[in-house]
Design a protein around this ligand. Structure first.
Ligand SMILES: [Zn+2]
Length: 448
């Protein structure tokens, strides 16, 4: 007998949405059955709800250890629980130490294991060709390596310049690891920054033009071609960037592209939000519509929050000069609601594609599928139960991010997370967080 059944919902399987029941035993899905079939000790009533695989957020900055006052594992994963996110993949920066070797991995993993309410994977960092450190990180089970082609924003995580890129990609490839890059061209950004006029958000986006993104993606792809690296471009902000990735893929590269909810949520009319929506690459005036077309056409591989919080002071200090504010957006809690609202309800995004974008494809790219990312027999029982039609407003008091600041506060959504389940345990239901710090498990990379 199963210990849990989810009954009456419309379940989003890899190829279709079906009215089936899901039976769970000891945290795993053991059977997917016709409505009413099978026995279980406990039943969750999912009538009227869509049962999605739990979101696998491939791009999160938890900032603990070292900058816990910016967020930390408890706050970030409470936000995850409210947002239907069952696995977070934490970036190697802006925690201190950055996750560059086994010792730093151990410190990060200890902090995560004590604080996380949901499951977590860890990225390593690629700041130089250090074969021994990279091999050790691979052994630890990191899901890949993150690098920057322009300054990262923190001194302890240097970017790769022209001389370092090829050797670093070679070392990563020898270690068997995916390489994810922040693609903006350092030279173009430096020149555009010198020419930008004013200190508001408009000047910020002038300082980081689309060309900087496109040129850096082309350079990254060229380096991947020479080295045979498997590569991933994080937070692509424009259709031009997506097109550059598509060209590289047609040329035979193993390359994928991620975009983020903020590029799909905000546009020129939102620039008055100022530092709250400061990020890099920037939210561009007039880019949103074409990016949505790419999402709906299947040209975007996956969507991740790039949740990158900081203290309230680091944001508000930029009210008069956006250049001195921290660049990063708190969005882990609202990624799925945004996609339900602006994707499924406003633009007809099919539920199957939504599940691919937010769960299945990121899990596959990170090498943690099929344990994570899909509703099928034998996998972890991770779910986001959503009411696709419920209208609601994200109140500031409901925000879990430590600073209490998010550009999504006060936003109206259609489509709400009702319950979040990690390995068969409910961590969030009907407005209440029921999971506890320490409940989350480390998810190691299963395959190359
Ligand atoms: Zn990031």
């Amino acid at each position: 007998m199963a210990d849990l059944a989810i009954r009456g919902g419309r379940v989003v399987l890899h190829d279709a949405v079906r009215e089936v029941d899901v039976l769970i035993l000891a945290g795993s899905i053991i059977r997917i059955v016709a409505p009413g079939e099978g026995d279980a000790a406990e039943t969750i009533d999912a009538r009227g709800l869509l049962v999605l695989p739990g979101v696998v957020d491939a791009h999160v900055h938890v900032n603990e250890p070292g900058r816990t006052e910016w967020e930390g594992w408890v706050a970030a994963t409470r936000g995850a629980a409210r947002g239907g996110v069952t696995t977070v993949a934490d970036m190697p920066l802006n925690s201190i130490p950055p996750t560059l070797d086994e010792a730093a991995f151990d410190v990060k993993e200890a902090a995560a294991s004590a604080g996380a309410l949901v499951d977590y994977a860890l990225w390593g960092g690629l700041v130089r060709a250090d074969p021994e450190a990279l091999r050790a990180l691979a052994e630890c089970g990191v899901v890949g390596l993150k690098c920057f082609l322009c300054p990262s924003g923190v001194d302890e995580f240097p970017h790769l310049d022209d001389d370092e890129l090829l050797p670093a990609l070679r070392a990563a490839t020898r270690a068997g690891l995916l390489v994810a890059a922040h693609c903006e061209d350092e030279g173009i950004v430096a020149r555009a920054t010198a020419e930008a006029r004013g200190r508001d958000l408009r000047a910020w986006l002038e300082s980081r033009p689309i060309d900087a993104e496109r040129v850096a993606i082309e350079r990254f792809a060229a380096a991947a071609k020479v080295t045979g690296a498997r590569v991933h471009v994080v937070h692509v902000s424009s259709a031009d960037g997506i097109a550059a990735v598509a060209r590289a893929r047609r040329a035979g590269l193993d390359i994928t592209a991620e975009t983020c909810p903020h590029y799909l949520a905000f546009d020129a009319s939102d620039l008055d939000l100022g530092p709250l929506i400061k990020c890099a690459p920037p939210i561009r005036a007039g880019a949103r519509a074409r990016l949505w077309e790419d999402v709906l056409a299947g040209h975007v591989d996956h969507i991740a929050s790039d949740h990158s919080p900081c203290t309230a002071e680091l944001k508000t200090r930029g009210n008069d000069d956006v250049f001195v504010a921290w660049g990063g957006i708190s969005g882990i809690q609202s990624t799925l609601p945004l996609l339900l609202s602006e994707g499924m309800n406003a633009r007809g995004l099919p539920a199957e594609l939504l599940a691919q974008l937010l769960a299945t494809r990121p899990a596959k790219r990170l090498g943690i599928w099929p344990r994570k990312g899909e509703i099928r027999v034998g996998t972890d029982a991770d779910f986001a139960l959503v009411d696709p039609d419920r209208g609601w407003t994200l109140e500031r008091e409901e925000l879990e991010t430590r600073s209490g600041l998010s550009p999504y506060a006060g936003r109206r959504f259609r489509g709400a997370v009702v319950r979040t389940i990690v390995r068969g345990r409910t961590v969030y239901a009907d407005g209440e967080i029921t999971g506890a710090p320490g409940d989350g498990w480390f998810v190691r990379r299963l395959v190359a």
